[in-house]
Design a protein around this ligand. Sequence first.
Ligand SMILES: [Zn+2]
Length: 58
Amino acid sequence: MNEPLCVYCRKRPVAQACRPFCSERCRLLDLARWVDGEYRIPGTAIDEPDDEEATDEE
Ligand SMILES: [Zn+2]
């Protein structure tokens, strides 16, 4: 058995429901990375007070 690994974290085996990722979380993280055009991972508490270029898209 040689299961493919998640293309995002490359640590856990791919879940059939979330291919080619291991989980919904990795899928969203990868998607968010492309959407933002930079490495900006939601869920990581980056909350700098002087971030004037913060994206408020909600
Ligand atoms: Zn993953």
